[in-house]
Design a protein around this ligand. Sequence first.
Ligand code: INI
Length: 155
Amino acid sequence: MAKNYEGILIGQGLKFVVIVSRFNELITAKLLEGARDALLRHGVNEEDIDVVWTPGCLEIPLMAKKLAEIGKYNSVVCLGAVIRGGTSHSEYVASEVNRGIGKVSLDAGLPVIQGIITADTLEQAIQREGAKEGNKGFAAAVSAIEMANLLKALQ
Ligand code: INI
């Protein structure tokens, strides 16, 4: 019979770092709140959560790479907000940050979780940080716990 592997949603004993972008801080501060809430409510100890702020989303992949290399964390959670109406190079920012986070995760062999909101308008972004569509920071943190435990289960 096939054996199923799943990541449990118990965070006790796991260490996380949340990278959060200051750009669009109105939104990203709420994503951070959601991520912290999820980690704490799933049993992660307060002292096992580090938070690192970057100027914008574009700086997140490098920071994620450096933090993954330290070897201290079970997962890195990346939070940011790209609002298309914001500046002309928002498309570039969105695609680079997604590509970068994916690459860091594969290179490091560590769950580096993408919690970047992309939205056409500020209003749409607000929906995604807790108003109607749930908080993407919360969801990203839950994925981080699940993936960290799944990797442990497979080791
Ligand atoms: N950074 C973001 O986090 N979100 C954005 O929407 C955004 N836009 O649209 O420009 C943005 N730009 C800044 C970028 O991340 C860098 O911090 C900046 O280019 C300096 O490298």
